[in-house]
Design a protein around this ligand. Sequence first.
Ligand SMILES: Cc1cc2nc3c(=O)[nH]c(=O)nc-3n(C[C@H](O)[C@H](O)[C@H](O)COP(=O)(O)OP(=O)(O)OC[C@H]3O[C@@H](n4cnc5c(N)ncnc54)[C@H](O)[C@@H]3O)c2cc1C
Length: 363
Amino acid sequence: MWDVTIGRRVVDSGAFVSENIDLSGLTTLRVGGPARLLAECPSTESLVEVVRLLDRERIPTLILAGGSNLVVSDSGFDGVVVRVANTTVSLDADRVIAEAGAVWDEVVAQSVAAELGGLECLSGIPGSTGATPVQNVGAYGVEVGSRLRRVQLLDRRSGEVSWVDPSVLELGYRSSVLKHSADAVVLSVEFVVSADGTSAPLQYRELAAALGAEEGARLPSTQVREAVLELRTGKGMVLDPYDHDTWSAGSFFTNPVVSDEQLPQVLSVIGDLLGDVPVPQFSAAGGTKLSAGWLIERAGFSKGYPAESAPARLSTRHTLALTNRGSATTADVLSLAREVRDGVFSAFGVRLEPEPVTVGCTI
Ligand SMILES: Cc1cc2nc3c(=O)[nH]c(=O)nc-3n(C[C@H](O)[C@H](O)[C@H](O)COP(=O)(O)OP(=O)(O)OC[C@H]3O[C@@H](n4cnc5c(N)ncnc54)[C@H](O)[C@@H]3O)c2cc1C
């Protein structure tokens, strides 16, 4: 039962409250219906107090930061949206500590400007610092899990706040125990960085080639950041309000990992359909990782699918991003997602799984 005093009590906990807000304005896909209350928490203390209060009162709560990995139903969210907005960042010679609401790319930019190395390959990823361990964000050969020293959590089951070792989070490929779970809120994150200003070893061929370097080389982190931002911009993977290719949740599907038993069958189906083409594949925990974008394109969904006039389309620069062309609803995005997922399955027998978190809807 909704307590009518809840808005006032949330304000007393240090948050700014707005009523009847439209969630499409808080997600990068710019879709999603209304929510009754938004509680914006500008400090760690207010975030902890508000979440504890809502949990005590058993009020449905959606933790939201940058909204760049969320697909919210057109009917919205009947509860309180807690916006993570604590933003303090501190840097020293071998570490960066950032509160969860700090904009991730600003944290990377600050670390690079301070001639610290290690975070540069993760430049340009939208959203907040606190969300980076949630799906173990990764790009250009680096996952954030390799840079974490410790993570400060509010355990919502006990109400306790503590710093935990990253191993507790069971980080995997675009996954952790925090994803699809309401058990904890990330309050702050501490990252390991190197004081010599050089990047992590380049592990991604496209990035190394763009820099004219060998794989494994370490370059000044500023140089690597610039190259990453340029590559990402070319794919519509850096947010730009004027560019509909970036009105997305980034990659909509994870790269599927096919087991050793299943792989020969999948490769033979691909061979029957496409002939003797090289299939991009990488060894991964649990088998072999295939490229979701490659499979989508080979299953007949080219860039910009289905048509210029469609409200939701694949990005014109990247088949893995589903985009809102300005008037799309969540239903439009989900319908395109199902069509692509089912098309890839019927062509190759490989099931794609969505990467963003869905709220009040499924694919
Ligand atoms: C153009 C574009 C490019 C992208 N590129 C990449 C990429 O290269 N690599 C990659 O991995 N991802 C990428 N993403 C996805 C997304 O940016 C990341 O997953 C990002 O970390 C999400 O942060 P956010 O603050 O926007 O999270 P939100 O979308 O606000 O939330 C996502 C999920 O995390 C939970 N959450 C958020 N904050 C907290 C917190 N403090 N504590 C507990 N739970 C929390 C939410 O409840 C929700 O379930 C991209 C997205 C876009 C739009």
